[in-house]
Design a protein around this ligand. Structure first.
Ligand code: URA
Length: 439
């Protein structure tokens, strides 16, 4: 078998056999196929796509290129969650303890911030002492005793994806539906949970800017998951404006705890409850309606919050900061952004706001940049809200006052006050195998 022939076949839109796909992935990971040949294949896939069988073969080959995590030491059904990434998307911190408090098991490996989007691991590390690196045994023990554990990606999880993603990043092949689907699902399959809930974002702050593409991506990922024997459901949710009011690491932990204390932002609470209900549905806790009630109850009775605190303590973190937010290290400086005129918030570009929060220190400019956990943005107005001149639109936080002028200029480009415009739905669709329901 020759890589040349595989590239040539896909160039003419041929359907690759499972053997050809396995050959390409395995030999690329082993360093026997050079980057330029894999890049050519990726571009041929970008133009000609993959059918369902090819996609399953590619995803499976990528998942099996490294460790396949065996979660059988954890009792009960395990459910994972994946968000395609967003700004102010702190839902993992909320839904994982809700699901655990209702009897589901969440053994979750999360990522760090990427580009303008935040990462769960960075948020968790803003909690003093919290360890995102555990041994395999500590990870299993924490899930068995607390119902959940949230850690960083460890070990050799889907190394084929890591190598392929690095090539895609520099060969203009990131924006390919089959390549995104196989990249995400290979990591989810390797991570070992029985069931997977996907939160596919759409809007200005998301990979998938339009709804039809987001639905197609969700349907593709659901069929990959189901073909691999994992129950998989996807929700398509809005990422045109940030979720909740906070963007930044400790800022988002505080906002998430407010949801768990039953005093959270409406949009964030609503999406979190729907995600949690779908995860509970996947692990057979009843009908979706039953699961919604269970999820709500865990917030009202405080059990989800206590479950989160228990996990934080088990992983070395200081849970007292979650009860008394003043104990979180504070940003040295803040600046209010005041509205120039009257009107309604008519534009609030999530991607730009994510970039501003990175500029302020909440994300990494380069792979190794340190993070300022207290930096970020608290919005005082949301998309569609009425605004009067002189009112605060947002507060910016950082530890270097010199960053504020550029950040304010960018903020004013990201947020416009003008005519009243229609708000968008929070949840657009739900995708199960062979069934897509649009709301
Ligand atoms: N997230 C991933 O993990 N992979 C992609 O290709 C895109 C988003």
């Amino acid at each position: 078998m020759r890589m040349y022939d595989i590239i040539d076949k896909k160039k003419f839109a041929g359907s690759l056999t499972d053997e050809e796909i396995n050959f390409a992935v395995k030999n690329f990971v082993d360093g026997k196929i050079p980057d330029y040949q894999m890049s050519a294949l990726l571009m041929a896939i970008w133009f000609n796509g993959l059918d369902e069988r090819e996609l399953t073969a590619l995803t499976t080959a990528m998942a099996h290129s490294g460790d396949m995590i065996d979660l059988s030491a954890i009792g009960g059904k395990k459910v994972d969650k994946h968000s395609t990434g967003g700004v102010g998307d702190k839902t993992t911190l909320i839904v994982a303890p809700i699901v655990a408090a209702c009897g589901g098991k969440v053994a979750k490996m999360s990522g760090r911030g990427l580009g303008h989007t935040g990462g769960t691991v960075d948020k968790l590390e803003s909690i003093p002492g919290y360890r995102t690196e555990l041994t395999r045994q500590e990870f299993f023990d924490t899930v068995n005793t607390c119902g959940l554990s949230l850690i960083g990606q460890s070990g050799n999880l889907a190394p084929a994806d890591k190598k392929i993603y690095a090539l895609r990043d520099v060969t203009a092949t990131v924006d390919s539906l089959p390549l995104i689907a196989s990249s995400i699902m290979s990591k989810k399959l390797a991570a070992g949970s029985d069931c997977i809930l996907l939160d596919v974002k759409t809007g200005s702050g998301a990979f998938m800017k339009n709804l039809d593409d987001a639905i197609k991506l969700a349907e593709t990922m659901v069929s990959i998951g189901e073909n691999a024997g994992r129950r998989t459901v996807a929700l398509i949710t809005d990422m045109d404006t940030p979720l909740g009011f906070g963007i930044g690491n400790s800022i988002e932990v505080v906002e998430s705890m407010d949801v768990l204390k039953n005093r959270g932002a409406d949009d964030l609470t609503k999406i979190s409850l729907e995600l949690a209900a779908n995860m509970l549905y996947l692990v057979d806790k009843g009908t979706l309606e039953d699961c919604r009630k269970l999820a709500e109850k865990s917030i009202v009775d405080g059990s989800a919050f206590e479950t989160f605190c228990k996990m934080v303590k088990a992983q070395g973190g200081d849970d007292s900061v979650l009860r008394d937010y003043d104990k979180f290290p504070k940003a040295t400086y803040s600046r209010e952004i005041l509205a120039d005129g009257n009107g309604f918030v008519a534009k609030m570009n999530a991607e730009l706001l994510g970039k501003i929060s990175v500029m302020l220190g909440a994300g990494r400019e380069t792979k190794d940049s340190p993070i300022d956990y207290s930096a970020g943005i608290i919005l005082r107005k949301k998309f569609g809200d009425e605004v009067h001149a002189g009112e605060s639109l947002a507060t910016l936080y950082c530890s270097d006052e010199k960053l504020f002028n550029a950040a304010e200029k960018n903020f004013r480009a990201a947020v416009e006050v003008g005519e009243k415009t229609e708000t968008r739905p929070l949840i657009f669709a739900r995708v199960e195998l062979n069934h897509t329901e649009k709301f």
